[in-house]
Design a protein. Structure first.
Length: 88
């Protein structure tokens, strides 16, 4: 977990066990601004509690509620102008 605690970005009724971690492969990021744009796009998805993007590795680690799908996360990244895929 990315240090998500009840009261820090998580609804107080949301149990920490209901937080799922997903890794995405993100391509097209060339600078720090790209990384920030992808991170903002992911954090803007309703139900996402945290997102950490590593431009060098081309990955995004996302923690979200169980109602957030990989398709929702990928769509957010693609709307921001980058390509994404879920990592198995």
């Amino acid at each position: 977990m990315m240090g998500v605690k009840v009261g820090e970005g998580v609804d107080s009724n949301q149990a920490e066990d209901d937080v799922l971690s997903t890794t995405l492969s993100v391509s097209g990021m060339t600078c720090g601004h790209c990384q920030e744009k992808v991170e903002r796009a992911l954090r803007g998805v309703t139900g996402v509690y945290g997102a950490e993007v590593d431009r060098g590795a081309g990955t995004a680690q996302v923690e979200a509620g169980d109602g957030v799908t990989n398709e929702m996360l990928i769509a957010a990244v693609e709307r921001a102008g980058y390509r994404a895929a879920a990592v198995a």
